[in-house]
Design a protein around this ligand. Structure first.
Ligand SMILES: NC(=O)c1ccc[n+]([C@@H]2O[C@H](COP(=O)([O-])OP(=O)(O)OC[C@H]3O[C@@H](n4cnc5c(N)ncnc54)[C@H](O)[C@@H]3O)[C@@H](O)[C@H]2O)c1
Length: 486
């Protein structure tokens, strides 16, 4: 445990609150967020100015950020887009031109080269980077050195050396750099961390966590290129790509990405650190290219398509072990995260499919945390809820009669858990609060407002990528303090 790790600001920015994006099941819940948001108020440079922004990388995630940002109203103004692929860039610019009609307005300038864009767009305040991972570090440095604030997508990048350079670029320029681990700004996740864990210790000492992101094989079919939309080979080479196939399917290649454990696992492994203000002491991982080996017309992944990793933490409360798996060969039970304490369990995912809190039968009463409580920490579960997530979940049922009368858990069957739910919901796309948090930091020119500053993301990058050391060596990787120092 490293208790000196920075605690990110948990406040939601004020325009998020004003626009009513947060929904809680009780008035008290809304008050909770207004109260925490006070900590976000800092000395303003000009807290009401409209921020001029550009998107670099207009693919699937760039588009998701555009839509997420559109929910914030006229706090930002798109002035430029940059993408080496005309096909994506044109479509993105068209969307923006349409949206800008009703907002601040102005032309959208299009670029293929970020260097040219940064040189020409003198009014630009901030850039979003949603390119393949290997470009995150050089483009972040270019942006920061040009005096722009940067929102860079997760995973920070695909090598620890490049991630170090991002930390250094931020330190050398003093610029605002947010990394796109959007769960840090999600009020549901903040509620779990700030209230259930830190403040109320509702689930008691947490000894185990679990996270998974499982996808079936059909989710990973190769991406083709629409007719006549190829980028000339010389232009691809200029930007570091070997072919159109690699450009389109960059996630398969170690040169451009970090493999599924970085692509998907980064979101969830990050939570083990973030929820507990901690860094792991070791990781033991196994994985391999189990399916996508290039035979029988299948894609050929260079990095493991299936990874299972066991992290150990040494918290002030005692040891904690966290198991994580990413599978690209079966979608069994999808994706979620689970925190298991001696008094209860929290089950959460970015989608609302997992939203439960279970109380252990012998835990202290939770009545003062539920209906009528101020703030509301957990609410009684709405029917139907599920006892445990088996392959075929069963609706919640009362324990058998003999269990009621004897009331003792034994090796055959545990006593049933008391079901509750998280009382906080989000009515906007999951990236919206994180973009809002970034814009707030830029408007106020205050790094300390960021919910995912660069050192935190660096910790995650190291935590994730060291899996590969363990996989390669076949033994446990023990983290050294210097692994996290830049
Ligand atoms: N936070 C999240 O939930 C989340 C979700 C998905 C993806 N991501 C991240 O977003 C990033 C992009 O992923 P994606 O799924 O959108 O990929 P994508 O392939 O759909 O889009 C990448 C875009 O970048 C463009 N591009 C490539 N090289 C470029 C260059 N040199 N200059 C400018 N543009 C360039 C491509 O033409 C494409 O439009 C990745 O880092 C990924 O990890 C984050």
């Amino acid at each position: 445990m490293n208790s000196s790790l920075p605690t990110p600001n948990s406040g939601l920015n004020r325009f998020m609150d004003r626009r009513g994006f947060l929904r809680t099941s009780a008035k008290a819940g809304a008050g909770l967020y207004l109260a925490t948001s006070k900590s976000a108020i800092a000395q303003a440079e000009n807290p009401n100015r409209v921020i001029n922004v550009a998107m670099v990388g207009c693919g699937a995630q760039g588009d998701r950020l555009r839509v997420s940002a559109s929910k914030l109203g006229p706090v930002m103004n798109w002035v430029a887009v940059c993408d080496i692929w005309n096909y994506n860039r044109r479509a993105f610019a068209q969307h923006l031109k349409y949206e800008n009609k009703d907002q601040v307005g102005g032309p959208i300038n299009e670029y293929t080269d970020i260097t040219e864009m940064l040189a020409k767009e003198t009014k630009l305040d901030a850039i979003f980077i949603a390119t393949p991972d290997f470009l995150h570090a050089p483009y972040t440095r270019l942006g920061l050195e040009a005096g722009k604030s940067v929102y860079c997508e997760k995973m920070m990048t695909n090598t620890i050396e490049a991630a170090r350079d991002m930390v250094l670029a931020q330190r050398q320029t003093g610029g605002i750099l947010q990394i796109g681990h959007q769960r840090h700004s999600n009020p549901r996740y903040q509620h779990v961390r700030d209230n259930i864990l830190d403040k109320e210790h509702l689930i008691g000492r947490v000894t185990h966590c679990y996270g998974q992101w499982n996808r079936g094989v059909s989710a990973s079919q190769p991406l083709g290129t629409p007719k006549n939309q190829e980028i000339p080979a010389a232009d691809l080479a200029k930007f570091g790509y070997n072919s159109m196939e690699e450009f389109r399917n960059w996630r398969w290649f170690a040169k451009y990405g970090g493999g599924p454990i970085a692509d998907l696992g980064a979101h969830q492994i990050d939570l083990f650190n973030w929820f507990f203000h901690a860094r792991p002491t070791s990781v033991m991982a196994t994985g391999g290219v189990d399916y996508y080996d290039g035979t029988d017309g299948k894609a050929k992944f260079e990095l493991p398509d299936n990874v299972m990793a066991l992290y150990e933490y040494n918290l002030p409360t005692g040891p904690m072990r966290c198991y994580y798996q990413v599978l690209t060969t079966t979608g069994s039970q999808g994706y979620y995260e689970k925190l298991m304490g001696i008094d209860g369990t929290v089950l959460i995912s970015e989608s609302l499919s997992s939203n439960q809190v279970y109380r252990e039968p012998n835990a202290p009463d939770w009545m003062h945390y539920t209906e009528g409580a101020n703030p509301l920490i957990a609410r009684s579960a709405a029917a139907p809820v599920y006892n445990k997530i088996w392959e075929k979940p069963k609706p919640w049922t009362r324990p058998k009669k003999w269990m009621d009368t004897n009331g003792v858990a034994d090796v055959r069957e545990s006593k049933a858990l008391d079901p509750f739910e998280l009382p906080v919901q989000l009515d906007v796309p999951p990236h919206t609060p994180h973009v809002a948090n970034f814009i707030e930091a830029v408007r106020r020119n205050d790094l300390n407002l960021l919910n995912c500053p660069v050192q935190q993301a660096y910790d995650t990058c190291v935590t994730v990528l060291k899996c590969y050391d363990s996989i390669k060596s076949g033994s446990k990787y023990v983290f050294k303090p210097e692994d996290f120092n830049v």
